[in-house]
Write a protein that binds this ligand. Structure first.
Ligand SMILES: Cc1cc2nc3c(=O)[nH]c(=O)nc-3n(C[C@H](O)[C@H](O)[C@H](O)COP(=O)(O)OP(=O)(O)OC[C@H]3O[C@@H](n4cnc5c(N)ncnc54)[C@H](O)[C@@H]3O)c2cc1C
Length: 509
C-alpha cells in the first residue's frame, strides 16, 4: 500500500481512536493521535462487547489478549420487582463471529491493552495532553493543537478522524447537529469491588421494576456494576436526589450483599449519567470524518455504544487506506451510508428494550409483558437484548442489493475455526479462525467448484469452502448450501458485499 506522505490525524485516544489508529497502521497508514488528557481515563464505562466487536479486536491481533481480560457472559436474566427470576435470554459461548456473543470486561483494562498495542507501532504517534483547537480545510486538513505546555502547533493531515467523544469538537466544526431519537433518562452508575464473590448469576440482570429499574452484573474478577434509574432531571433537590440514591443502594445491598459480606465491599464510583439516544446528522465533510460517540450515543441497555464505535473503525479504516493509496474519495461516501443506518437501528432497539424492561408507562409495561410472557414473539428482540443480533448495514454502492431476508449481504460473514487442507501434504494443512485464512483484503468464498478463482482480481483471495473442515462454529458448506449460496464476496471488514452472480461480477476485473 502506498501511503500519503501526510499522516492521518486521529482526534481522541479513547478506545475508538486507538483501535482506528491500530487498524490504519495494519494497512501501512501512519497516524498522529492527539489526546487532550495527559493520563488515560481510569473510571469504567463500557462493560459489554458482542462477538462482532471482538472480531474487530481480532483484526488488530488482540483477540487472545482481550480473552485474558474479559469473560463470556451466559446471557441476560429478567427479574421482577421482588428480584425473582422472570426469564433468561441465553447467549452462545461461541457465536457466528467466532467469539462469545456477550463478553464482559473492565473498560480501563481494554484501554491499557490498546495503549500498549499503539505504543508498539512505529506508524502511530500518540501525544497525550494535546488538545485540538481548530481545523482548516477539508482535505488535506490543517489541524491546530495545543501541547501540554500551552504552545500551539500545526499539523498537515491527509484526513482527520474525529474520535473525540460525546462533546466532539470535530462534530461541531463540521456543523453536524445531533438528531434526537427521543430518549433521555438519568441513571446512577455504581461500580464496586468485593473481596468475596457476591451471590450473582454470571450474566446480566435486568430488574424490571417500574419503580426502580436497574441493571446488575458481575463484570470480571472482583468487580461488579449496578446501574439504576433516577428521577427526571431538575425534578428533585440535591437532598432528595441523595436520599433517593441511598435508598436504592440500600435496597440492592439488602438483596445482593448479605451482611457478612459487606465489610469486604468497596465502592469505587457512584455517579449520575444522562443516557441519551442521538445520531449525528452528517458524519463526513471531505476528509474529516466522525467515529464512535462523536457520531452517535445510545443508552447502554444492550451494551452497544463502544461496539458501534469499533464497527465504525472497522468500516472506515480500510476505505480510508484505499483512498490514501489512490482510490477515489467517493469510496468514503459508503461509510456514513452503511454505518448510520446500522447504528440508528441498534439505538432504536436499545430504546425499545430500555422501555420494555424498565418503563412504567402503560405502553412500555405492555411491551414488557409481551417479552416476559411470550418469549420470542417480538422478532429479534430477545437476541438484540442478549447481544446476539446485529442488523444489516445501510445500502451503499459497496454492497449488492439484498434480495431475500436470509441474504447475508451487509452482515458479517460467519467465522468458524477451520482446517484448510492444501494440496502439498501435511505441511500444507492450516488451522485457524477463518479470518486468518482470509487475510486483510477482499476474499471470495465459493462452494462446489464455482470456479471463482479464474474470475477474481489479483487482490481477491479465493477460498473454496469444500476444502475447509470445520473445527468449531458454523460449517460454511452447510451454511452456504442452506442459503443457496454458491459464491460470497467478503470485504476487508468481513462484511459480505455480494453473493452468487453479483459476487463474481463484483470480483471480476
Ligand atoms: C455508564 C456507561 C455504561 C456504558 N456501557 C457500555 C457497554 O456496556 N457497552 C458498550 O459498548 N458501550 C457502553 N458505554 C459506552 C462507551 O463507554 C462509549 O461508547 C465509548 O467509551 C466511546 O468511546 P470513544 O472512543 O468514542 O469516546 P471516548 O471514550 O469518550 O474518547 C474520546 C476521547 O477524545 C478526547 N478528546 C475530546 N476532545 C478532544 C480534543 N479537542 N482534542 C483532543 N482530544 C479530545 C477525550 O479526552 C477522550 O479521551 C457505556 C457508557 C457509559 C457512560
Amino acid at each position: 500500500m502506498t501511503s500519503s506522505p501526510e499522516p492521518v490525524v486521529v482526534v481522541g485516544a479513547g478506545p475508538v481512536g486507538l483501535v482506528t489508529a491500530g487498524l490504519l497502521a495494519r494497512r501501512g497508514v501512519a497516524s498522529v493521535v492527539l489526546e487532550r488528557h495527559r493520563e488515560p481515563y481510569v473510571l469504567p464505562r463500557a462493560v459489554h462487547l458482542d462477538g462482532e466487536a471482538v472480531r474487530v479486536l481480532q483484526a488488530l491481533g488482540l483477540a487472545e489478549a482481550f480473552g485474558r481480560i474479559s469473560r463470556a457472559a451466559p446471557g441476560m436474566r429478567l427479574l421482577d420487582a421482588a428480584q425473582e427470576v422472570l426469564v433468561d435470554f441465553p447467549t452462545g459461548a461461541r457465536g457466528a463471529d467466532g467469539f462469545a456473543e456477550a463478553n464482559l470486561f473492565h473498560q480501563p483494562d481494554l484501554e491499557a491493552l490498546l495503549r500498549d498495542h499503539v505504543a508498539g507501532s512505529p506508524l502511530i504517534d500518540l501525544r497525550s495532553g494535546w488538545e485540538v483547537v481548530a481545523l482548516h480545510g477539508r482535505g488535506p486538513v490543517v489541524v491546530e493543537a495545543r501541547d501540554p505546555d500551552g504552545r500551539d502547533h500545526e499539523f498537515r493531515a491527509a484526513a482527520v478522524l474525529g474520535c473525540d467523544g460525546t462533546d466532539s469538537f470535530v462534530r461541531r466544526h463540521i456543523g453536524a447537529p445531533l438528531r434526537d431519537l427521543h430518549f433521555e433518562e438519568r441513571w446512577q452508575v455504581v461500580d464496586l469491588r468485593s473481596r468475596v464473590p457476591l451471590p450473582l448469576w454470571g450474566g446480566v440482570h435486568q430488574l424490571c421494576d417500574p419503580a426502580r429499574p436497574a441493571t446488575l452484573m458481575h463484570v470480571t474478577g472482583d468487580r461488579y456494576r449496578w446501574e439504576f434509574r433516577l428521577g427526571a432531571l431538575g425534578q428533585q433537590t440535591a437532598e432528595q436526589e441523595s436520599a433517593e440514591t441511598s435508598a436504592a443502594l440500600h435496597h440492592l445491598l439488602a438483596r445482593w450483599v448479605p451482611p457478612q459480606l459487606r465489610p469486604g465491599v468497596e465502592f469505587i464510583r457512584s455517579a449520575a449519567y444522562i443516557f441519551r439516544a442521538r445520531v449525528a446528522s452528517r458524519w463526513r465533510d471531505g476528509r474529516i470524518l466522525l467515529l464512535g460517540d462523536a457520531a452517535h450515543q445510545t443508552p447502554p441497555f444492550i451494551g452497544q455504544g463502544l461496539g458501534a464505535g469499533l464497527r465504525d473503525a472497522a468500516n472506515v479504516s480500510w476505505k480510508l487506506a484505499a483512498v490514501l493509496g489512490g482510490a477515489d474519495d467517493a469510496l468514503l461516501d459508503s461509510y456514513e451510508a452503511e454505518r448510520r443506518a446500522h447504528v440508528t437501528t441498534t439505538t432504536r432497539g436499545a430504546v425499545l428494550i430500555g422501555w420494555a424492561l424498565t418503563g412504567g408507562q402503560d405502553r412500555a409495561a405492555a411491551v414488557r409483558r409481551v417479552v416476559t410472557t411470550g418469549l420470542g414473539r417480538v422478532p429479534g428482540l430477545p437476541q438484540l437484548a442478549a447481544g446476539a443480533a446485529s442488523p444489516r448495514l445501510g445500502r451503499s454502492r459497496l454492497l449488492a442489493r439484498a434480495n431475500r431476508p436470509g441474504d447475508p449481504v451487509g452482515r458479517t460473514c460467519p467465522q468458524p475455526q477451520v482446517r484448510l487442507d492444501g494440496s502439498g501434504g501435511t505441511a500444507d494443512v492450516r488451522i485457524g479462525q477463518l479470518d486468518s485464512l482470509l487475510g486483510d483484503g477482499w476474499a471470495l468464498l465459493t462452494r462446489g467448484g464455482t470456479g471463482g478463482a479464474g474470475l477474481t482480481r489479483a487482490n481477491v483471495r479465493h477460498l473454496e469452502v469444500e476444502a475447509l473442515s470445520t473445527i468449531a462454529g458454523p460449517d460454511l458448506r452447510t451454511w452456504m448450501r442452506r442459503r443457496a449460496l454458491r459464491a460470497m464476496l467478503v470485504r476487508p471488514d468481513r462484511i459480505v458485499a455480494a453473493v452468487n452472480g453479483t459476487a463474481l461480477r463484483l470480483a471480476a476485473p
